[in-house]
Design a protein around this ligand. Sequence first.
Ligand SMILES: Cc1ncc(COP(=O)(O)O)c(C=O)c1O
Length: 370
Amino acid sequence: MNKLKEIKETLLMGPGPSCVPPQVYEAMATATIGHLDPAFIEIMDEIKSMLKQLFQSDYDLTIPISGTGSAGMETCFVNIVEPGDKVLVLINGVFGMRMQDVATRLGAEVDVIEASWGTAINPDAVKVKLSQKPYDMVAVVHAETSTGVCNPVDQIGALVNETQALYLVDTVTSLGGMPVKVNAWGIDVVYSGTQKCLSCPPGLAPVSFSPKAMEKLTNRKTKVPNWYLDLGMITNYWQGATRAYHHTAPINMLYGLYAALQCVLDEGMENVFARHQEAHQQLKTGLGDLGVDFLVEENDRLPMLNAVKIPEGVDEAAIRMNLLKNHRIEIGAGLGPLAGKIWRIGIMGHTARPDNVKRLLSVLGTQLSG
Ligand SMILES: Cc1ncc(COP(=O)(O)O)c(C=O)c1O
């Protein structure tokens, strides 16, 4: 019995993965070739160039790491952070907490600024903290997927850039759904993932490193404590006139990313961002009619991840299960302190379309009134 035959197409409106467009599935079914085949190296070079456009980064080291968004997070931390480094992590949800965990495991001296879940990090608090002590790195999540909050990474960047610290930003949920301006915002180290607004299945983590970050890497006193994610070695495969084997690249995943990036650039980045905003507005209006409120203040909301409060007396898990089992629509539950209190409705990448939002609103409307 082939279990794959039982898999039904699902409208993915949770915190990721998002719906995958046919161009990406077709690309992934392309014949597998060798990872050092010149034809494949041309594809790798185009992926790098398209990623630079999306990140709005002119950094040479802009590549996809083999692994999901968490591999991107690890890559950024293991390559840059050394034992005893002073790291400031800004936390207002699950993914900020993970960064604190990762940095602590590397022996960094970690300080945090915490904001309550559902509110944005206040740049004034960052300013005060930065005036108290010199940091080697400041890390923040742009789009906090656990709460639907957009952190002011541009304003925080301006403050960090006045100091010697490197600036690290998680753009797993934002990249491809809203502007990410690596150069303009003074970001030194950035990572993302493929399964959110890029609408490519999970499995790759684009990263981009500034020359200042590369200098820190080159001048490390200790070896990068992770063989697989050591950028010093990975770059021998991704850069230069001759390429050397490090690990076998996930060829067909990279075909998928190649097609996914082409989809975004062919549509035009501004048009893609506008499509996310429109879907968000449509959802907001529809949920308003159903009496469902947002968790986050309007100014701090993400377009692609909508955290909404469960109405009084509603069995949230039963509704989610019903949506999935009977309507093949997936929405996300709350995490940590927000478990049972919110739903997380994703309108990411290929999912961000009027028909999809309409379909969810219609089914949710019936469920809530029933
Ligand atoms: C903001 C953020 N960072 C990191 C991750 C980790 O990515 P992955 O689950 O692909 O490893 C996620 C996943 O949801 C995320 O939303």
